[in-house]
Design a protein around this ligand. Structure first.
Ligand code: IVH
Length: 670
């Protein structure tokens, strides 16, 4: 017997209440977000069709609140609304049809298409051009006053118009936008966390939210947050008729607006664009979970009004979830170049974020313990952007009692040395510097791009050399003989030539590259460059005190000590001596300037170039007086494009910036 709408609604309410409780209160999600969404949508649809089944405790009546007792409260001048969702083209067409019925016959709607930025909503108030208030969304009517924290975000103008706009600011302007981390900034933040021995942030959105809700705004100031503004909530002294004009106006006032937003004459044009957005999602520099489609004509949008808390004039097209549930069927351990042991898991293969995933990382053992992840668990797997898929938590109520705890190994799986956990450390380590896996990882890193950049010495070759006992550390690569290589499987004259040429070239790499390649924990290319600039040689750095290292820009106490310890270690000292004896450059030099042909020009690089690595292309451009920028703007002189370019190429076309190939770049240098 089928259920009545009221019965089904009651059932859905019960399920949703239970799952929300597990998710929010217990932090033990029992369903993936997509499954939860589906139940939620079913309830919304049912309530729309049968408004009499709505009860005050229905989860659809809750707008959500992130209010905190730590902050003063701000009453928003107008409700900070949410958006209805669409999941396919039919949903969008139905949305337009419903809207057209509510508007005068013959109305033709145009639309803006904007990224749905995955961040934290903020509401900014400007009076006579001055930022006077910044608030979180809160419950939609009242938000937390986070003005002091928001002022630290550099992409938020403290006064508008900022820059060179000719307009003046309206008397009062309340705007809405999203605070978030750009992907690269989030990665950098996590690198810094690790360098400082602090835990990584798992989720960029939550981390951004946490940063904005800090009690101490000095902490927020240290977080590389970005803000994008996409709507005007209220204004005095401004009258604009179209959303597209609003975006242009916001831009002129000096805000970053919804990036890559575009205006389309019909809904079918919008629909055609969506697959491109979805497929480029992981190449964008910001995180999105869909796109937002807005009726461009603001008068029509106002006339359409609201359904519950959602305006009819806009809708969010949500992309396929980048998380899914599957079973954790195996555990293995990797040992990195520093000896750090990382737990990894085998999963029953699952399609998530557009790819089939059968392995994932568990980050570290604290993470495993804090989240109580066990072998045999049904788990939630996430994959966002290009990051390694990770297990975000177990579905505890699906356990049958056979699940086994995941513990650190007692001995190294590669060399059987007992595993240690240094005092105060989160991680476990294989302490054996001659552990073949550690040597392999370090040598593989040493030759990689960005490190010593040695073409002709691949990971497989390194593996063979270690297995055959021909190398015990990366320095031994420089003393291998041709004859020894010739005896290796798959090696012939040509391959040996490449190997030897690669090694020879590596002898004269700049100091900063050598410093990066040594694999000192926390020393990436930026820190390596600072060290090379300050000390000028490996010798000087070896003799430096921790205080002297600490004094270098960008280096903190923990890292300085770490660097000091690295050089004091006998094993590392030996490796350095061998490298020195083998003729590897250990001195810095003035940055080489080959010419001025590119003086005054700014380049953006995208895609894989035919012969140059990205670093080499950057060096080449800078050596001829050019500048490198990471994003395309009207000020970009040229976009240097290779294979599989990202969205930068599209942006260049939109802005009319000239695109050149590597060949054309070379021609400019002659
Ligand atoms: S418009 C009434 N535009 O997505 C105006 N929202 O699921 C509603 N969001 O709460 C918002 N990017 O926090 C709009 N380009 C964009 C957006 C955007 C992200 C967020 C916003 C909203 C949520 C709705």
């Amino acid at each position: 017997m089928s259920q009545s709408p009221a019965e089904r609604a009651a059932e859905l309410r019960k399920l949703l209440h239970e799952y929300s409780y597990r998710y929010y209160v217990l932090s033990q999600p029992a369903l993936s977000d997509a499954d939860f969404d589906q139940l939620y949508r079913e309830l919304i649809a049912l309530e729309q069709e049968h408004p009499e089944v709505i009860t005050p405790d229905s989860p659809t009546q809750r707008t959500g609140s992130d209010l905190s007792e730590d902050f003063a409260k701000v009453q928003h001048p107008a409700p900070i609304l949410s958006l209805s969702n669409a999941y396919n083209a039919d949903d969008l067409t139905a949305w337009e049809e419903r809207n057209l019925k509510l508007l005068p016959g013959g109305t033709q709607l145009t639309y803006t298409l904007e990224p749905k930025l995955d961040g934290l909503t903020i509401v900014l108030t400007y009076e006579h051009g001055v930022l006077v208030k910044a608030a979180t969304r809160g419950n939609g009517e009242i938000g937390d006053d986070v003005t002091a924290n928001i002022r630290t975000i550099r992409t938020i103008p403290l006064r508008i118009p900022s820059g060179r706009a000719h307009q003046t600011a309206p008397e009062r302007l309340v705007v809405r936008g999203e605070v978030m981390y750009l992907k690269r900034d989030f990665e950098a933040l996590n690198m810094q966390q690790v360098e400082q021995g602090l835990p990584r942030f798992i989720n960029a959105r939550n981390a951004a939210s946490g940063a904005v809700k800090q009690k101490d705004s000095r902490i927020t100031a240290r977080r590389p947050l970005t803000a994008y503004i996409y709507a005007v909530v209220e204004s005095v002294g401004l009258s604009l008729a179209y959303q597209w004009d609003i975006l242009q106006f916001l831009l002129e006032m000096g805000f970053r607006t919804a990036p890559d937003a575009a205006l389309y004459p019909t809904l079918s044009d919008v629909i055609q664009q969506i697959p491109t957005w979805e497929s480029h999602r992981n190449q964008l520099e910001y995180e999105i979970d869909g796109v937002v489609i807005k009726v461009n004509d603001l008068r029509a949008a106002a006339e359409l009004g609201y359904v519950g808390k959602d305006p009819r004039g806009a809708t969010a097209y949500k992309f396929a979830a980048q998380e899914a549930t599957t079973r954790l069927v195996g555990v293995s351990f990797t040992v990195g170049r520093t000896g750090r042991v990382t737990p990894n898991v085998a999963l029953e293969p699952i399609f998530v974020g557009g790819v089939t995933v059968s392995n994932a990382t568990l980050h570290n053992f604290d993470f495993v313990r804090d989240n109580d992840i066990r072998l045999g668990d049904k788990v939630l797997v996430k994959r966002s952007g290009d990051v390694i898929p990770y297990v975000s938590g177990p579905l505890v109520e699906q356990r049958d009692g056979t699940e086994q705890p995941i513990l650190p190994p007692v001995e190294c799986p590669f060399c059987t040395t007992p595993i240690v956990q240094p005092e105060g450390a989160v991680d476990y380590y294989c302490p054996n510097v001659y552990c073949p896996e550690r040597v392999y990882r370090q040598a593989e890193f040493f030759v990689s791009r960005g490190a010593m950049d040695i073409d002709g010495v691949g990971a497989q070759t390194i593996r063979m050399l270690i297995d055959k006992g021909l190398i015990r550390d990366e320095a031994d690569l420089f003393t291998i003989h041709r004859d020894q290589l010739m005896e290796l499987e798959g090696f012939a004259e040509k391959k040996v030539d490449n190997f030897m040429a690669g090694i020879q070239a590596a002898r004269s790499r700049p100091l900063a590259q050598l410093l990066t390649a040594l694999g000192i924990d926390g020393v990436g290319s930026t820190i390596a460059t600072s060290l090379a600039d300050r000390f000028g040689s490996i010798d000087a750095l070896e003799k430096a005190t921790v205080e002297e290292i600490d004094a270098v820009e960008g280096i903190g106490e923990v890292l300085a000590e770490n660097i000091g310890k690295w050089f004091a270690d006998a094993y590392h000292h030996n490796v350095l001596e061998k490298l020195r004896t083998a003729g590897v450059n250990m001195l810095g030099q003035e940055r080489f300037r080959a010419g001025e042909q590119l003086a005054g020009l700014t380049f953006v690089i995208t895609g894989t170039l035919p012969t140059l690595s990205r670093e080499q292309a950057e060096d080449l451009i800078e050596a001829h007086g050019g500048k490198i920028s990471s994003s395309v703007s009207k000020k970009t002189s040229y976009v240097l494009m290779g294979d599989s370019p990202g969205s930068k190429a599209d942006k260049a076309r939109t802005l009319g910036v000239q695109i050149i190939s590597e060949g054309e770049l070379r021609a400019m240098l002659t």
